[in-house]
Design a protein around this ligand. Sequence first.
Ligand code: GRG
Length: 326
Amino acid sequence: MASCQVSRDPGVGDPTLPGDVASALPDVRTAIDRVKAFVDPLLERCVTGSAESSDRLHAALRYALLAPGKRLRPALVLWGAQACGGDWNSAAPAAAAVEMIHAYSLVHDDLPAMDDDDLRRGIPTCHRAFDEATAILCGDALQALAFETLAAGLEPAVAARGCLVLARAAGADALVGGQADDLAVERGWVTDVLAADAAGQVDWMERIHRRKTGALINASLELGGLTAGADAERLGMLAAYGRAFGLAFQIADDMLDAEGDEAAVGKRVGKDAGRGKLTYPTVLGAAESRRLAEELAARAATTVAGLGPAAAELVALARWVVARDH
Ligand code: GRG
């Protein structure tokens, strides 16, 4: 498949960005649609099944992986690669792999033992559409498939490095650990954070989200950079972007839970407050949460603007993430 060029809307001005980047900012929805058009057929090919497939599990895998998500993490892989001079085809296995880890985490997060949700991406959650045991196995299989996809699809040295990056991001000190600590507060297994002042609670939330949401976002960007052969300086810029973008994304997610529209968001909203969960709006208030998210998004945009017009999608995404309604 030929490398996919993302269209740009010229004329969007921003005095904080270099002129060549500000004048090349694309429309994010159009850009994300192009990512979906590139990634969804790849995902489809990864879950065609075989003579050895278990019918029910295979149906659950397709259901969870091909459900209509935003494909933000694949976008970060592809746009990260592009920003470092790489092409989408070389980054394609990594784009598919991060979406598999993400899809698995959503399936397991929705389980009765965790968030107990019945709606995800606008459709019944995997355990509702199938059953709990199948949903657990589906998540397990998606996780293994992610590493198979990386190992089989990338050149060996990049694959080895990529598997390490993804394993760390998905592991006990990152995605899983962040989820464990989030549950620990919600279930009352740790209580000192509830007695902490606002600054202490913000520190705790950052520590959770850096791992639960941020690690996979950063891994997506790093994988994109690796497939493009990026040097340490460019990888560092992607990492700085990811740290600021990831937190802005999480704050926006908290705001959507507090204020968003269920039909647009595609999942139940208002659940966080009902469970006494620590969130940015509950700790900082809506206005300060929005200000912080906007500051972080602006920081993310400025960080990668130095990579020039090839990073225009990343810049535009950072600006969009705080304004999104889903
Ligand atoms: C079960 C190990 C394990 C981890 C679960 C992903 C996760 C950790 C929990 C999901 C709950 C949540 C609201 C997380 C914060 C932000 C987030 C990851 C939102 C979902 O990502 P989007 O908005 O979803 O990119 P789509 O459906 O568009 O892909």
